[in-house]
Design a protein around this ligand. Structure first.
Ligand code: ATP
Ligand code: MG
Length: 296
């Protein structure tokens, strides 16, 4: 794909889903073998990046020309919440908003499937985080196509066509956003089925985790192969240079947090943003204001 100067381009990362040739089984859920890091190291490296993000985010805000959209998708208990918390912990809340998308309401279902999320897109200078997103429309809905019955669809082509058209709508919208200054980062937190079981067990045994439990979590686990197929098709169809998917190993949380933070930092740095430079007129106003205050 031809790079365009004004269009954000994906960074090199071992976790970038670059083309349509991978299978989800080939993607790691654990840190690379022989990687030097202990959990303590990953946490230390994360803290350093968090401090660097604290410096980068105000420049994004002040320059006011780019928005950043981060999308998180994953199986239950993969760690979407903890990753968002760990990576964004130092960010000024005034410049960042998190949206969690749950089962759509009747009002939302009365619109097209992109409507509810489009209204939440970050404005220029801001970071928008989607905890689940319009991608649910080609994930949970693909695994449970009976959900389409409540979507008030005017046209109901065969399922293969319907998913293809949804991928197309998503790619078109993301291309439009990218062309208009939104930098899009999409993270699939790739947890293994065994690790999910361990985390569910912990939720069931820890009192303070009980509120997180939903019987639906176990029901959805039964559909694991169908979800993996849906993720594979979705990532193949929608990972683009201007809206890349990063498939992050999620079995080790400190490594996952660090890996996401590293990509976010590198992306912000790659934009080469600067604080707006005052022009000659502004310099004069500043000098006048200094003089005026001194004489006060
Ligand atoms: P937690 O980590 O707390 O479990 P969660 O993101 O899983 O967080 P839940 O309230 O447990 O939040 O689940 C939200 C549910 O809403 C998920 O099962 C998801 O598949 C579903 N959902 C989200 N978007 C859609 C959609 N467009 N159509 C149908 N279901 C959706
Ligand atoms: Mg859940």
């Amino acid at each position: 794909m031809r790079n365009r100067k004004n269009l954000f381009h994906a960074l090199n990362s071992p976790y970038l889903a670059e083309n349509g040739s991978f299978t989800v089984q080939s993607l790691p859920t654990t840190p690379p073998a022989g990687s030097q890091g202990s959990n303590k190291d990953y946490k230390r490296k994360l803290n350093k990046i968090v401090r660097e993000l604290q410096v980068l985010q105000p420049v994004l805000y002040a320059s006011g020309t780019r928005a950043v959209l981060m999308i998180f998708q994953a199986m239950d208990a993969a760690g979407k919440d903890s990753t968002i918390r760990a990576v964004m912990t130092g960010i000024n809340p005034a410049g960042c908003k998190v949206y969690s998308f749950k089962t759509p309401s009747e009002r939302e279902l009365a619109h097209d499937f992109l409507w509810r999320t489009y209204q939440c897109m970050p404005e220029k200078g801001r970071i928008g985080i989607f905890n689940r997103s319009y991608y649910e429309e080609v994930l949970v809905v693909r695994v449970h196509p009976e959900m389409l019955d409540s979507q008030n669809l005017a046209l109901r082509p065969g399922l293969k066509t319907l998913w293809r058209e949804r991928y197309q709508s998503i790619c078109d919208m993301e291309r439009h956003l990218a062309r208009n200054g939104t930098v899009i980062l999409k993270f699939w937190l790739n947890v293994s089925q065994e690790e999910q079981k361990r985390r569910f067990m912990r939720r069931l045994h820890k009192k303070e985790k009980h509120w997180k439990w939903s019987p639906a979590d176990l029901e959805e686990r039964e559909y694991w192969p169908d979800y993996m197929e849906a993720y594979e098709q979705m990532i193949r169809a929608t990972s683009k240079p201007w809206a890349p998917w990063y498939t992050i190993p999620a079995d080790n949380k400190p490594f996952m947090h660090y890996s996401v933070a590293k990509i976010v930092k590198a992306t912000l740095q790659s934009l080469g943003l600067e604080y707006p430079k005052p022009d000659a007129g502004t310099h004069r106003h500043l000098a006048d204001a200094r003089k005026q205050l001194q004489g006060d």
